[in-house]
Design a binder for this molecule. Structure first.
Ligand code: BYC
Ligand code: FE
Ligand code: FE
Length: 480
């Protein structure tokens, strides 16, 4: 048998020889009904009986790992999939650099590892909860299918973390695995752990922005954890990243198609001024300034997920070989950073300035910087579309000090260019930067479902190509 192949014989598909690991197999089988209950209660509402054209992993080989077929979501084969082990892998960074990678949890770092795995695991079901009502207003069956694909894969990402907890963390791992099914996004008493995962995803523009900005935090964090000296975590994250690529695609192309449709409609109506908002909205499309506001919101909420710019947790995680930098393996330095410094944006006498800080303490800041670069590449591609219509408008990421709740800038109010505002100025200008109630009402008014194959809501262009090369008229979801 191909070692990358996945065993689909038992209840839990896997490529970790679960059949020979009775203890973990039984623990996961015991967790399984609770998971299914959670999925039925908190997963996509109203479509659990529908047949969805989903991809399922049949191998972890980078080429051809997916098989497409119609599946009822509760029957999706969630399982445990690790990227293949790398022979002779060593710890790539920190004080243990060069030692053999850990195949078991190093006792001294147990608490730190457990915390990181639990935080990562908590975000996955949270996003499914946030997106559970979106099926009802899907702008097409194509988009509905992509939403559900993202949802089942985030469910699988929860499985990925739960496997690590069950296999490597004994009793407290089991308790954490249980608690991951108990917390709820936005709940006043038992919220999810990180801020952005308790916000609402009320409409499809938010969904596309979320998959562009927030799933991209997922990508950055998974890349950093994929470097881990704890080999099972590294291998798990490496496979999760192959799934993450699709989430990123959904976000980037989703926003691109919204922009495309707006520009087309403006052109057809001979509107050249992107700020002629009332006229543009009458065309049933979302004006570019409102798209900018949504980007401002989701970008700033996501920056908070990187934690404090200066963080002892981050320093410890790196120093001990648990969490690396973005693509550590491609960086050229000593991978230990003991005497190194890194420029950190800070508030100095009321101004935003770079201050050199010990590189180890500044690792959250560094990952956030890498994230902003990655975001900007995508935003540049959005702007190419606007430019091709000759419309004088550019989407711009706001300054990192804008609308922050964690870190250096959480204590101040700043505009999108990073100029300090008084509380009064912020109150009057807020709706210039973030979606106002009337913006939200307008977007909501557009969220009319379009469930006929090959048809799309007024505010979004069709995709360039179908999923799995299917033709336009393909019925991606058979609604039951
Ligand atoms: N909200 O030293 P600091 C994804 C807490 S997304 C609430 O700066 P650290 C996905 C912090 O916990 C990727 N609390 O923290 C995307 C700490 O509390 P304690 C998810 C916050 O540890 C879309 C205290 O403040 N994965 O996969 O350096 C769909 C001091 O902070 C927040 C990960 O995040 C916050 N935003 O950095 C589906 C990877 N920020 O312990 C899925 C794992 C900070 O002192 N997590 N705090 O009580 C980590 O690496 C780090 O824990 C963090 C925070 C980057 C989150
Ligand atoms: Fe995920
Ligand atoms: Fe994701």
């Amino acid at each position: 048998m191909n070692i990358a192949a996945v065993d689909y014989d038992g209840l839990i598909p896997n490529n970790v020889a679960l059949g020979q690991d009775e203890r973990v197999k039984r623990a996961l089988e015991k967790w399984h009904p609770g998971y299914i209950n959670w999925w039925n209660d908190m997963g996509p509402e109203g479509f659990q009986e529908s047949l969805v054209y989903l991809r399922t992993a049949i191998s972890v080989d980078p080429k051809g790992w997916a098989k497409f077929d119609y599946v009822r979501m509760p029957d999706y084969r969630w399982g445990v999939l690790l990227a293949p082990a790398q022979e002779g892998r060593t710890i790539p960074f920190g004080r243990h650099k060069g030692e053999p990678a850990w195949q078991d949890v190093p006792g001294e770092y147990r608490a730190m590892l457990r915390r990181l795995i639990v935080i990562q695991g908590d975000t996955e079901p949270a996003s499914v909860e946030q997106q559970r009502y979106l099926g009802k207003t899907a702008p097409s069956l194509y988009d509905m299918r992509n939403l559900f694909q993202v949802n089942v894969e985030e469910g699988r990402h929860l499985w990925a973390m739960v496997y690590l907890l069950q296999k490597y963390f004994g009793t407290d791992g089991r308790e954490e695995a249980e608690a991951l099914l108990q917390r709820r996004s936005g709940d006043a008493d038992t919220p999810r752990m990180l801020g952005a995962f308790n916000e609402k995803t009320p409409d499809w523009l938010s969904f596309f922005m979320f998959t562009f900005f927030t799933d991209r935090d997922g990508k950055m964090q998974l890349e950093a954890l994929a470097q881990s000296g704890f080999d099972p975590l590294s291998r798990t994250c490496r496979f999760m990243l192959t799934e993450e690529a699709h989430h990123m695609f959904v976000g980037e192309t989703g926003v691109t198609r919204v922009i495309q449709r707006t520009c087309e409609a403006m052109k057809e109506a001979c509107i050249t001024d992107p700020y002629d908002i009332a006229k543009i909205r009458k065309l049933g499309v979302i004006d570019l300034p409102t798209i900018q506001k949504k980007a401002n919101l989701h970008f700033s909420l996501t920056l908070d997920l990187f934690g404090n710019e200066i963080s002892t947790n981050a320093a410890n995680a790196f120093h001990s070989g648990i969490k690396g930098r973005y693509r550590e393996d491609r960086l050229k330095d000593d991978h230990q950073l003991e005497g190194a410094t890194y420029p950190v944006l800070s508030l100095v006498d009321g101004k935003i300035e770079n201050v050199e800080a010990p590189a180890l303490s500044a690792l959250n800041m560094r990952l956030r910087d890498d994230y902003v670069v990655d975001c900007n590449a995508g935003v540049g591609r959005w702007n190419k579309v606007i430019e091709s219509f000759g419309i004088p408008f550019q989407i711009k990421l706001p300054n990192v000090a804008f609308h922050r709740h964690i870190g250096e800038f959480s204590s101040i109010k700043a505009d999108v260019d990073g100029n300090m505002l008084s509380d009064g100025e912020w109150t009057t200008k807020r709706s210039d930067y973030l979606p106002s109630d009337s913006d939200k009402d307008f977007i909501e008014s557009l969220m009319q479902p379009q469930f006929e194959p090959n048809k799309f809501a007024s505010w979004i262009a069709p995709p360039k190509v179908g999923i799995d090369n299917k033709p336009g008229e393909f019925e991606y979801v058979k609604i039951a």
